[in-house]
Design a protein around this ligand. Structure first.
Ligand code: ADP
Ligand code: ZN
Length: 515
């Protein structure tokens, strides 16, 4: 086990940093203690150091599994420029190139080896001839069908723990809700992994949602006080990115479209231009931004509703990496919701995708602090409203919702957290349908205690309770409603709950639906 001094010396010598960021040091220590580790840190949080630094001080090789073949070369080049002995193996190389790398590995000239999951089985023989000190699994959410970026090749990775039982594994991801997190550990066979959850709170990002009518006009207005600031506009379709880039060019902005249908050279050019501040605005489909290290992106706009909160959060997270105030704006339109519902029904795992889209929609419709919603989605509960989202800046009127909340929460307790929203409302309203009667819910003390509130209003109240962190949806358990650590404050400690006045909510919805 290296000393603290050796560790800090290596951090400075190879990476040029004087100190660790929050959690990095604990994670590195945990790796040296040979634990399995699960690291959840937002994009830009500094995950790489957590395995790159140990790799330099461990006796054998560190295997890095990464899905981003396109980025492997850049990562490895970057490391080599810092004097780190790194290499990659993937399907983009010919046999001769691969043979050369194998030789370097056998000669112990490589400390970090990046591998695409698809290539692992080809490497099996070679791997049995060398000492593997650590296995890092980057973008670990790709293993989970609960996640938002499922890659079938990742599901094979479960064999690594059986194959190398004594080698510690470190799984890293930026985008995991609780269900995904649990699933990752299960599938990788690392049930006792130490969990490291960095804060996802990015206080410097302002959050705003607006109805998506006359979007181009709104964007041009939005840009009035940011004439030269770099930003990204995310769109659902390739066509929209091109249309938008053109309209912005006409207005005098240096804007470019970026999507998977544009040829490789042009894409590289746009990306370079953006990084070097020669292109101000990139209108992109989701493909843009992965692995781009540009710290002064000042704003991000979502022209269309994203399909889930993980993706949304990752994309707005590309703004303000330097910590300076940055703006984000999401356009909410019901036409997008319909479109996304169609996508979801044709995807595998339809129910999960639909539930995630529902959460996204609830976020956009929310009348409570949006940051609270985002953070509670990632399992982080904050008590105070953030003051830096549109709801906080322009709050709706509230009613005392304490009794409403108590009724809902105690119903969830009595049905033993076994039902989704719809059934909870049915019980509260005393419905006499098959689900309720079959399970004997009509005998519960809270059955029918709140039939003075309409079904639709109950739905809104419960969404608000979820958004405020008093309840959560278990996506991995048929979307059952679950209690949270805040629930008991309402149930047993007399905590007051404010709920937004639904009359205002109806008004807002009408404006969004008008277009
Ligand atoms: P992630 O993989 O979590 O998105 P990276 O590992 O790419 O994040 O790191 C994000 C940025 O933070 C990089 O520019 C990196 O150089 C910088 N960084 C990471 N750790 C430190 C540190 N201890 N001190 C200063 N900068 C750091
Ligand atoms: Zn807020």
């Amino acid at each position: 086990m290296p000393t603290q001094e050796q560790i800090l010396h290596t951090l400075k010598e190879y990476f040029g940093y004087d100190s660790f960021r929050p959690l990095q040091e604990d994670i590195v220590d945990s790796v040296f203690n040979r634990n399995d580790n699960m690291v959840i840190m937002p994009t830009g949080g500094g995950k790489s150091i957590c395995y790159q630094l140990p790799a330099l001080l461990l006796p054998g090789i560190t295997l890095v599994i990464s899905p981003l073949i396109a980025l492997m070369k850049d990562q490895v080049d970057g490391l080599r420029a810092n004097g780190v002995q790194a290499a990659f193996v993937n399907s983009s190389q010919n046999e001769k190139e691969q043979q050369e790398i194998y030789q370097q590995i056998l000669d112990k000239d490589i400390k970090l080896l990046y591998v695409a999951p698809e290539s692992l089985s080809f490497l099996d023989v070679m791997l049995s001839q060398i000492e593997i000190s650590l296995i890092a699994i980057d973008e670990a959410h790709c293993i989970s069908a609960w996640g938002h970026d499922f890659r079938p090749a990742y599901t094979q990775l479960g064999y690594l723990k059986n194959r190398f039982p004594d080698t510690p594994i470190i799984a890293l991801t930026a985008t995991a809700d609780k269900a995904t997190r649990r699933d990752i550990c299960e599938q990788l066979n690392i049930p006792n992994a130490k969990q490291f959850l960095a804060s996802f709170d990015r206080k410097n990002l302002s959050l705003e949602v607006r109805p998506g009518n006359k979007r181009i006009e709104q964007i041009i207005n939005f840009l009035k006080d940011k004439p030269n600031d770099a930003g990204i506009i995310y769109c659902l379709s390739r066509k929209t990115t091109e249309m938008l880039a053109e309209k912005l060019q006409v207005q005098g902005f240096i804007a470019e479209a970026y999507h998977a249908g544009i040829n490789h050279e042009k894409r590289a050019e746009v990306q370079e231009g953006f990084i070097n501040d020669n292109v101000q605005i990139v209108c992109a489909t989701i493909a843009f931004g992965m692995g781009i290290d540009k710290s002064n992106v000042r704003w991000v706009i979502h022209y269309n509703l994203p399909k889930n909160i993980e993706g949304y959060y990752q994309e707005i997270g590309r703004a303000g990496r330097d910590g300076l105030p940055s703006s984000t704006l999401l356009f909410h339109s019901y036409a997008d919701v319909v479109q996304l519902q169609k996508f979801a029904t044709t995807s595998g795992n339809q129910e999960v995708q639909m539930a995630k889209l529902d959460r996204m929609k609830q976020y956009a419709d929310s009348l409570s602090c949006r940051r609270k919603i985002l953070l509670s989605y990632f399992g982080e509960l904050i008590e105070e409203d953030c003051g830096n989202c549109d709801v906080c800046k322009n709050p709706p009127s509230f009613i005392d919702g304490t009794i409403i909340a108590q009724k809902a929460l105690s119903t969830v307790v009595r049905i033993k957290e076994e039902e989704p929203i719809g059934t909870v409302i049915d019980v509260l309203r005393g419905a006499q349908n098959a689900v309720v009667l079959d399970k004997g819910y009509q005998n519960l003390k809270t059955y029918g205690i709140a039939n003075d509130i309409s079904w639709k209003d109950w739905q809104q109240y419960i969404i608000q309770l979820i958004n405020q962190g008093y309840l959560e949806i278990a996506f991995h358990l048929n979307n059952k409603l679950k209690l949270t650590s805040l629930s008991k404050k309402v149930l047993f400690e007399g905590e007051k709950v404010s709920l937004a006045n639904l009359a205002e909510f109806d008004k807002l919805k009408e404006t969004a639906a008008e277009q």
